[in-house]
Write a protein that binds this ligand. Structure first.
Ligand code: APR
Length: 251
């Protein structure tokens, strides 16, 4: 039996024996849904703009044209993206008791769209926006129509500026981050599709006592993981799902 096969079976056993898992996902799990990630070379989208600059509170407040005409419009380009195989497998694992929660850095709502119930969106989401003065919530479609109608920055009827409910560089993280930290201290963690370069999200894998990483490229946490699978999330999760089903049938 090839080494790879032995490794695959060992990972599936480890995954099964330590269930349920907490999952941490990054932009890499959504690239197979057509949404470019942030740091893979030649992803095009972010080649000419630094997301850490454009998607920041400094640009939102001081250069709203740059934020809304570039940053916001880039984010909204992918609002019709659909969940891919990896999102769907994770939702199935939750319903089968293999996954207890997903912590995601993604704002694309694809885990929720795939049917996952316990999803901690630690970088917010693109479903709604709010007025920074009266805090009224509006739909992202309303915000988009104001921006597309040339109102930059977009204003609320109270005169305040409206911003999307995503976490920008410079923002505090939402309370879901604290919940994520508590959760990962007592559960094994499977990381999927993240470079693990952005803090404080990369504090999460540093707290995990049991760690598996599934990622196209190497990450700074590979040497801490019990197992690392470098490759595409859809194909690798599908393989792991097949192996785990075989184990589940034996018990
Ligand atoms: N399967 C598995 N891994 C993939 C795939 C794929 N199909 N496609 C890309 N990857 C990997 C890349 O190798 C890369 O290491 O996903 C990782 C994505 O890393 P980033 O682009 O840095 O995205 P992420 O880790 O989510 O960034 C974190 O940074 O810009 C901020 O707020 C933004 O939430 C984002 C945060």
């Amino acid at each position: 039996m090839m080494l790879q096969e032995i490794k695959k079976k060992a990972i599936a056993e480890y995954f099964w024996m330590n269930r349920p898992w907490v999952i941490l996902t990054g932009a890499g799990i959504s690239t197979e849904s057509g949404i470019p990630d942030f740091r893979s070379p030649h992803t095009g989208l972010w080649k000419q703009y630094d997301p850490m600059e454009i998607l920041s509170t400094d640009v939102l407040f001081n250069k709203p044209e740059l934020f809304y005409q570039i940053g916001f419009s880039i984010l909204m380009k992918f609002k019709h993206a659909q969940p891919n195989q990896a999102h769907c497998i994770l939702a199935s694992w939750e319903s089968r008791g293999l996954v207890k929660a997903i912590i995601t850095q993604n704002i694309d709502s694809l885990h929720i769209d795939a049917g996952s119930k316990k999803v901690l969106e630690i970088h917010g989401h693109l479903r709604t926006a709010h007025c920074m003065k009266c805090l009224r919530t509006v739909s992202i479609e309303k915000l988009e129509s104001l921006v597309n109608g040339g109102q930059i920055p977009p204003h609320c009827s109270c005169g305040g500026i409206i911003r999307p409910d995503v976490v920008l560089f410079g923002d505090m993280l939402p309370s879901s981050f604290e919940e994520a930290i508590k959760m990962v201290q007592n559960s094994p963690l499977l990381v999927i599709g993240s470079s693990l370069q952005v803090s404080p999200a990369n504090l999460i894998p540093s707290l995990a006592k049991k760690l598996i990483i599934v990622n196209l490229d190497e990450t700074p946490f590979d040497n801490r993981a019990a197992f690392v699978l470098h490759g595409k999330a859809g194909m690798l999760l599908n393989f792991l799902d097949e192996e785990v089903k075989k184990i589940a049938e034996r018990v």
